[in-house]
Design a protein around this ligand. Sequence first.
Ligand code: CP3
Length: 364
Amino acid sequence: MAHQFPPLKNDLLLRAARGEQVERTPIWIMRQAGRYLPEFHEIRKHHGFFEVCRTPELACALTLQPIDRYGSLLDASIIFSDILVIPQALGLEVKMVEGRGPVFTAPLETPADIARLHEKVDVGKELGYVYEAITLTRTKLEGRVPLLGFVGAPWTLMAYMIEGGGSKTLAKAKSWLWKYPEESHRLLQRITDVAVTFLVGQVKAGAQMLQVFDSWGGELGPDDFKQFSLPYIAQIAARVKEQLDIADIEVVPMTIFAKGSWYALEDLSSIGYDVVSLDWTISPKYARSVTKDRVCLQGNMDPTALYGPDEAIREIATKMVKDFGKDAKYIANLGHGILPTVNPDSLKVYLETVQQVSAEIRKQ
Ligand code: CP3
């Protein structure tokens, strides 16, 4: 049985993603539910990070926090979860360590360790808590804004599973690519299969758009990205859309964010994604010239610009909106996640500026 949800009142994001005309640019922020919000700490003080992810009521409460705080200044919500729930579903233990970030108890060291992963993953059983959080949140949103689901890209997840956490060089993960290319491809394929099922399940649960995060894409050079990342993120878009279609479910727009992979923009805009999310190292005009009108672009203010005074934020945001142009195919965001020490009022200035300026340039 398909879920019945309240009707959507603000569909700017979905229209922009599909390339339709919009009255103004929709905007949302990567990591918008996070540590820069005092109300986030209020909940996190009492609950562990993955405990929150696994408790639908808490994940829902955190997802709604920025929507409640910023009201009509935000045009999307993103389900509170983490990309590392897939490695967990595959059988690896991940802990969130205060001041350090995610830490794997026993990362993969050699291909022999792949035997430690679950042969068959029952995604609905392992990650059903994310589906429940999505269904609950979609109901509680009451149609205010669309709800995004997401996964980590296979390369980024493989890198985390081998590095065991954050890393400056990714030396361990990248050495697998040269030492064990076949096993690397097999691992990437296994992650891809879980990611596809998980994304389809998220849409069935109520997600209205999907984003794939290849946060470590830019650690690969152009040829290696083409070999070890692109085929898998392409497969994800193709298979998710095909499976939704077969199941007679409306195909939702999909976004790819491959941080640092500026060299792959042309490919990224030609593999079935509706939206390509840009980091701040790419100029809007360059991105437009490379991707033509094949995709909607998303991004891309430098997250640290939010540390500037209000006038600087307004100036940078205004230029960004004008550079992306008034054609519909644009969703505003930051070039990466919002940083934990940003003042929430500075984000408000950014959101207001984008909404105002993007509406004004359409009247000119
Ligand atoms: O608001 C949202 O965007 C939704 C929730 C969300 C989180 N993580 C919550 C989170 C999303 C979409 C993610 C994605 C994610 N997680 C990525 C891809 C995006 C990116 O930033 O590149 C990555 C690489 C991760 C892995 C991860 N999770 C790291 C490296 C860390 C620690 C560093 C950091 O930025 O905090 C996390 C923890 C995490 N994920 C937090 C949140 C709110 C903070 C943890 C805490 O509460 O202690």
